[in-house]
Design a protein around this ligand. Sequence first.
Ligand code: ZN
Ligand code: ZN
Length: 212
Amino acid sequence: MGLHQRTACLQCSALAPPLGDSGFLGFPSLAAEAPGDETMPTFGFLYAGLEAISLLPYNVVRFRDWLGEHSGHRITTLWDLDDSDTWSDTSPADIEQLYALLESEGPEELDAYALAKARAIEDGTLVVRRYCAICSCGAQWTSAEPEPIRPFNNHLLPWPKLQLFAFRWARDPNEWWQNSLMDCTDIFEAFMAQLPGFLISHHRHNIEVRLL
Ligand SMILES: [Zn+2]
Ligand SMILES: [Zn+2]
């Protein structure tokens, strides 16, 4: 088993849907306040950045919905399944509960995630497209592959929204605030690594976002 993380609700004994390749994005909370200097940002803080520019891939939205369903419950993230020493804020009983949850997760649960995605594509809640930011000067920056994403109409990105995303996501990818995100939110891939810089460098022009 490699390094990966899963989030769970200890109150409901429920695993969160996998985020990326069994990774995590910030502290598992929808609270959107800014982190302190030494603190990991919350999921809600980072999600608001994605929402500001309408870059909402399926697995991120699904995780947001799950956190909403378990709002006010005792949520924890297993930071590293190989090394229980790295789990924070979890008692031995919690750890036992988490292991039991992981062991009980069978193909039915994983099929259910795939089925929910297929349904969302069918009913139009999701579309399989590439995300594109295109500037009035002709420059554009487009995600690598079509993927399931929340649909939106073409629109200009006003500065407050552009800034909200760019400053929240222009973070050192090697710092401990995310792991194993995939596709357009994979911060080790060119698209996401350079998106904040692209938007900032064209912010005096008019940038429109669209799905291709
Ligand atoms: Zn719960
Ligand atoms: Zn430009």
